[in-house]
Structures are given as C-alpha cells and as structure tokens.
Design a binder for this molecule. Structure first.
Ligand SMILES: CCCCCCC/C=C/C(=O)SCCNC(=O)CCNC(=O)[C@H](O)C(C)(C)COP(=O)(O)OP(=O)(O)OC[C@H]1O[C@@H](n2cnc3c(N)ncnc32)[C@H](O)[C@@H]1OP(=O)(O)O
Length: 374
C-alpha cells in the first residue's frame, strides 16, 4: 500500500492508531480520572484534538480556565486565557504571565503525557516543551511501526499551538537509535520497501522543517538513521561516554546514504568532513563528534536531559516568528530538493535495496551483528 501522508500512515495503523488519537490516552492524574481526556474539537473551525484546558490543567476548581465549549465563543473571563495574538496559551502559563493572585490553587507544572507502544510523549505545558522518548526495544531501530507512531505523535504536537519545542531522546540510555530497521529492508517486496521509504522521507521532512525548536538529547549510540534523526534537530546534546558512537556509517553495510542524508550532514559539518565521514562510514566518539560539529555539546550522562531543557529555554527566548523564518530560510532549499524528487528517490531506493548484492550485504551485516555477541 502506498502511503502519501500522515493520515494515510494513521489509516495503516487502523484501530490502534486512531483509537489512540481519539481517546488521547492521557496518563496524567487528570487523564486517569477522566477529566483530562482529549476531545476532538470538530465543527467549530478547529480540527485537532485538545483536552479541556480548564479541567485538565487547573482542575475543576479553576475559576477562569475555559472549557473547550467556551473557547468557541469566549467570554470576557475566558479571554484572559487567550494570548495576545489570539493564540490559546496553556492556561497555567497564561495565569502565570498575568500574575494571578496566589489564592488560586494550580499545579506548579502542568504536564500531559500520551504514549503508544513505541513512543512516549511528555508535554510540559507550563514550558510549552514536549519530550519524545523512543522506546522500540532492543535498540530503537526505526521500524515502520515506530515511524508511523512517531509521525502520529509528532503531528499531535505540531497541531498543539502551545507546544513550542521538542526534545528527542531515547527511553533506553546507551542507545539513542540503531538507525533504520535492517529487517524492514531485507527479504521484503517492492510494495513494502516503497511504504517504508515513504515513512522515512516523511519523518525527515517533518522534523527537519518543523517550526518547533527541536533538540536532540543523545543519550547513547546513534548510527546511520539514528544519526540522521539527531541531525534534523536544531541543537544536539550528547552524553560524554566514549563507548557511544554517532555517524552515517551506511557504507559499512554496503549501502549508500541518500542525497538528503548527505545534504543534512554537509549543512552540519561541511563538505570536506562529510566526504570523509560518508565514504569511510565513520562512527565518531562523542569527543570527535564535538570537534567536527556533528554534536554541539557534551555533558555527563545524567545531565543530558536537563541540559537539553536549559538550551531549549534559551532558544525559546528568541521571538518565535523571527526564529522560524530564519530556520525555514536556512533549511528549505535542502528540503525542497527531496520534495521535488520524492517519487524518484523512492524508485531509486526500491531498485537499489531489491538488488541481490545489496540484500546479501545486509544479511551479512545482520549476521555479523549477531555473531559479535557470541
Ligand atoms: C539508495 C538508497 C540506499 C539505502 C539507504 C539506506 C540508509 C540506511 C540507513 C540505516 O540506518 S541502516 C542501519 C544502520 N545501523 C547500524 O549499522 C547499527 C547496527 N547496530 C549496532 O551497531 C548495535 O546493535 C548497537 C546499536 C550499537 C547496539 O549494540 P548492542 O550490543 O547493545 O546490541 P546488539 O546485540 O548489537 O543488537 C541487539 C539486537 O538488535 C539487532 N539490531 C541492531 N541494530 C539493528 C538495526 N539497525 N536493524 C535491525 N536490527 C538491529 C541485532 O541484530 C540484535 O538482534 P538479535 O541478535 O538480538 O536478534
């Protein structure tokens, strides 16, 4: 089945994925009590899913928190919860901005989480920052299922106007992501390869061109597609552990990094360093990666997440529209190159990966990975 959009990806997941979107599966206390369950706001010019802000973030005692219904015709009280540009700010954050009197009892941090099988999303609404944790054991390989669930979670965040930044990390310290799932590229048919590659393209385009600030908290090894995932971000913080490696090592598998992987790398570390890194399939230690600019900062393992958060708060201080336009100006030419030849890129991938010689190389690589353990 050919997949064109995220909605097609959602359809592919069938009941599970759509069920998740409909119910919101909010795991916060409010969600468990049912008060914060997401509701689809349809028919009022709003096409996305949002919880009842008043209930979920402040609890039923909030004196000014608007309900979903009241937002469509905001009262003067409700307007207190609307941002200056008419954006709907997270209720708790807006209250803080307005220096609400202290007798109003609301939680210091309003959190909302949702998760599916392979992705955990934890949204801190008071900061407007979500953390996405990948959890696809054993090595966070980017399987089709993971990509699909990731894209669904990402779309929810993109549609949530209160979400300004996302931190990407792994649920399993030691491995950020083992990259594309080799099993998705081995022994399958052309239709499967097509579907898989569309999902890989889609994820890269969405992350690379996101208006949100994206920070990678790289808490483990990050080869090939894992490195690409990190490269889509605006800033990369990596755990300073010499056992971890990062890089586009595709040639070691007997395959070639596509031009948009290469472009993303060149934009990050420059042409000469990319030439060597790509031809030799170099996997860099954190110190080497820092030296060539593949990552921006090294910190002790237990500081990766907190550093990512503090970097995020710096980036979020920049006026959003100016930062977004600048990001677009810097990245659009690169993304456009793929957008212009998406179909050709898919055909190329399918033809390449279907070759007997390439299949043999991938099988041998997988075998070598397994034998390494024995
Ligand atoms: C024209 C277009 C051309 C095509 C372009 C395609 C671009 C491709 C991009 C890619 O991302 S290809 C994938 C590249 N990835 C790698 O090279 C990483 C390989 N893995 C590792 O180096 C290590 O596994 C690790 C990530 C460093 C973790 O090491 P650890 O010792 O903790 O675990 P292992 O015992 O090695 O692995 C456990 C288990 O997982 C399997 N596995 C590992 N990586 C992958 C993967 N990418 N895809 C699928 N499966 C993977 C490994 O075989 C083990 O399986 P079992 O033995 O337990 O069955």
């Amino acid at each position: 089945m050919a997949l064109r959009t995220v909605s097609a990806l959602k359809r592919r997941l069938g009941g599970a994925g759509l069920g998740l979107l409909r119910s919101g599966q909010i795991s916060s206390a409010a969600g468990r009590s049912g008060a914060g369950r997401a509701r689809a706001g349809r028919g009022r010019g709003v096409a996305w899913t949002r919880p009842r802000l008043g209930e979920e973030q402040l609890g039923p005692t909030c004196p000014v928190g608007p309900t979903w219904e009241s937002v469509s015709r905001p009262s003067s009280t409700d307007r207190k919860c609307l941002g200056r540009a008419g954006n709907f700010l997270p209720c708790a954050a807006q209250h803080r901005l307005e220096k609400t009197p202290s007798y109003i009892d609301y939680p210091a941090t309003a959190r909302r989480s949702f998760s599916n099988h392979r992705v955990i999303v934890d949204m801190d609404q008071s900061l407007g920052v979500a953390t996405i944790k990948i959890k696809n054991p054993p090595v966070n390989s980017l399987s089709l299922e993971l990509l699909t669930e990731f894209l669904i979670g990402w779309e929810k965040l993109e549609n949530d106007k209160s979400c300004k930044g996302v931190i990407l990390t792994s649920n399993y310290p030691k491995i950020f992501s083992a990259g594309l799932d080799i099993l998705e590229m081995c022994g399958k048919n052309a239709a499967h390869y097509t579907e898989y590659w569309k999902a890989v393209q889609e994820l890269w385009l969405k992350l690379y061109m996101s208006n949100m600030v994206v920070i990678a908290a790289i808490n483990g090894s990050s080869p090939a597609g894992g490195c690409l995932l990190a490269l889509t971000s605006d800033y990369r913080v990596m755990a300073d552990n010499p056992k971890y490696t990062i890089g586009l090592n595709e040639t070691l598998l007997g395959i070639v990094a596509p031009f948009w992987f290469k472009d993303n790398l060149v934009n990050t570390i420059g042409n000469r360093a990319s030439e060597q890194a790509l031809q030799l399939g170099l996997l860099f230690s954190p110190a080497e990666a820092l030296k060539i600019g593949l990552v921006d900062q090294l910190v002790p393992e237990d500081k990766v997440q907190s550093t990512a958060l503090s970097v995020m708060s710096q980036w979020l201080k920049i006026p959003d529209h100016a930062r977004q336009l600048t990001k677009t100006m810097m990245r659009k030419p690169t993304a456009d190159l793929l957008l212009k030849q998406r179909e050709a890129d898919i055909d190329n991938f399918v033809r390449f990966i279907s070759r007997d010689g390439i299949q043999k190389s991938l099988h041998m690589y997988l075998k070598a990975l397994k034998e390494r353990k024995e």
